[in-house]
Design a binder for this molecule. Structure first.
Ligand code: PGA
Length: 231
């Protein structure tokens, strides 16, 4: 099982270190991923099942891209896992499928683990599963789904940060459809809470969760990992 926390624009350098150290000291055996803001990246000493990664990057090693972070800067902190295609990057920051592909391919060249996020907005969900899957498959345009270090996160846009998780049936239906073509581990994300973690992880074809809001409290995140460890 993979249990991942996306800090988004939360936590600072000090609180991230405390968070990461706490999690690292618990001897969990699930695969744990933590994505803090760039400024909180550090040379953490971690057990092999725990990785701290980047929420974003610019698809270059280095260069003249004012305000951006390339792989030179990530490699200084041994970053081996990145998020690509998160809904906030697509819908709030306006990232196109083309620029998402450039990032995907760059991270793939670097043999870095990619948690690739896909998911439909509310108006598509309202049209039913066929519309949902056709929307999601378009988000795989230009993406090598056979990449060995790929993890796919299904995160419906309307469920992210809203407190409204998708139903277990809806999650299962999408994950089953993804599983028919994608062999990578499949995560669900979108308002996952401690109380809903077990039921979501119990879904066939669900290999883990990507959590925002509910994971920012280290005690909650720990509980989620404990639930995964006990499955
Ligand atoms: P949320 O965020 O848990 O706050 O809905 C999930 C995500 O954006 O990955």
């Amino acid at each position: 099982m993979i249990v991942a926390s996306n800090f988004k624009t939360n936590h600072n350098r000090k609180s991230t270190k405390e968070f990461v150290d706490f999690i690292n000291n618990q001897n969990y055996f699930s695969e744990v991923r933590i994505y803090p803001p760039f400024t909180a990246l550090n040379n953490f000493e971690l057990t092999p099942n725990i990785r701290v990664g980047a929420q974003n990057f610019y698809p270059v090693q280095n260069g003249s891209f004012t305000g951006e972070i390339g792989f030179d800067q990530l490699e200084e902190f041994d970053v081996e896992t990145v998020l690509v295609g998160h809904s906030e990057r697509r819908h709030v920051l306006g990232e196109s499928q083309e620029s998402i592909c450039l990032k995907y391919n760059f991270a793939k060249e670097k043999e870095c683990e990619i948690v690739y996020c896909v998911g439909e907005p509310k108006e598509i969900r309202e049209q039913g599963i066929e519309a949902v899957m056709s929307y999601i498959w378009k988000q795989f345009d230009g993406i090598d789904i056979d990449y060995d270090e790929l993890v796919v996160a299904y995160e419906p846009v309307w469920a992210i940060g809203t407190g409204l998780s998708a139903s277990l049936e809806d999650i299962k239906e999408v994950l089953d459809n993804l599983r028919a073509k994608v062999k990578a581990p499949l995560l669900y994300g979108g308002s996952v809470k401690v109380e809903t973690t077990k039921d979501i992880l119990d879904i066939e074809n669900c290999d883990g969760i990507l959590v925002g809001t509910a994971s920012w409290d280290v005690n909650n995140f720990s509980k989620m990992i404990e639930i995964a460890d006990n499955l």
